[in-house]
Design a protein around this ligand. Structure first.
Ligand SMILES: [Fe+2]
Length: 273
């Protein structure tokens, strides 16, 4: 199984470079040596939630011939997303983009963390009770939760001011369900990894850039821009769930080690290893 996670494209009519970066990311997904089984977009699909921005977003997704699963970010319009993507998955919670994807070796559960009108997110009692029931009904299945707002404290005041309410309750829930193999999110535009209950939490940067904060100034947000990343979540019988960090900037290229040695004509840089 290969599930590609992209995040935070922020399609913006006034900033065409955002759409161009997302188009490159989609093209990159299609060039991967292994065809993905699904693509996750973990929110902030558009910057202003405008119809024209969603039209562009959907047009840019069109080349992807595998299922694409979307959850809303704080910049999105939930009603607009529901009208276009409300059919996704199964067992959807009415009024939210909260749903299950049950046809892969790893069960995927999309969580709608949006709190309309706020930069921060929330998982209210109704959304957490739904999740509790979904996790209870398949305790033998490795499960990946995907959402926009990560349930973490980054230590960066500007980011933490728009964090996720309900994180502690979500953590308790994950602790009671050790089959939650991974929790993944977007929002912070950085690549963070931390423990979360009995699971591991990872964030996927945006499709246009990865932010690297200047930690010498935690009360300000001084960002170095770095190349965009995707996360590739893979599963096989011997490995279980593995998540790779994958650069989106340059096209993927392939070299061969046949199990004994590198194939002839390796690139010079590779021969040094
Ligand atoms: Fe964002």
């Amino acid at each position: 199984m290969l599930v590609v996670q992209l995040s935070d494209p922020h399609i913006d009519a006034l900033r065409p470079e955002k759409a161009a970066a997302f188009a490159r990311a989609v093209g990159h997904v299609l060039e991967l040596p292994l065809r993905p089984d699904a693509v996750l977009i973990t929110g902030d699909c558009t910057d202003h939630g405008l119809r024209s921005e969603y039209d562009t977003f959907q047009a840019l997704l069109a080349p992807l011939d595998m299922p694409v699963y979307v959850v809303p970010g704080n910049h999105d319009d939930r009603a607009a997303l529901l009208s276009r993507f409300g059919h996704l998955g199964t067992q959807a919670l009415p009024g939210f983009l909260h749903y299950v994807v049950d046809d892969l070796p790893v069960r995927l559960i999309g969580l709608d963390t949006q709190r309309p009108g706020h930069g921060g997110g929330e998982l209210c009692g109704r959304r957490l009770e739904w999740l509790d029931a979904r996790l209870d009904e398949a305790r033998d299945r490795p499960t990946l939760l995907f959402m926009h707002h990560p349930p973490l404290v980054s230590g960066l005041d500007v980011m933490d001011a728009i964090g996720l309410e309900g994180s502690a309750r979500l953590c308790d829930l994950v602790l009671r369900h050790p089959h939650v193999a991974r929790v993944v999110a977007g929002h912070v535009h950085m690549a963070l990894t931390t423990g979360f209950g009995s699971s591991t939490l990872m964030t996927c940067p945006g499709t246009d850039a990865t932010f690297q904060p200047d930690l010498s100034h935690p009360h300000q947000l001084i960002l170095q821009y770095q190349p965009p990343l995707a996360l590739l979540h893979t599963w096989s019988q011997p490995t279980g769930l593995l998540s790779f960090t994958h650069f989106l900037e340059s096209p993927p290229w392939v070299m061969l080690h046949d199990g004994q040695q590198w194939a002839p004509n390796d690139p010079p840089a590779a021969q040094a290893h």
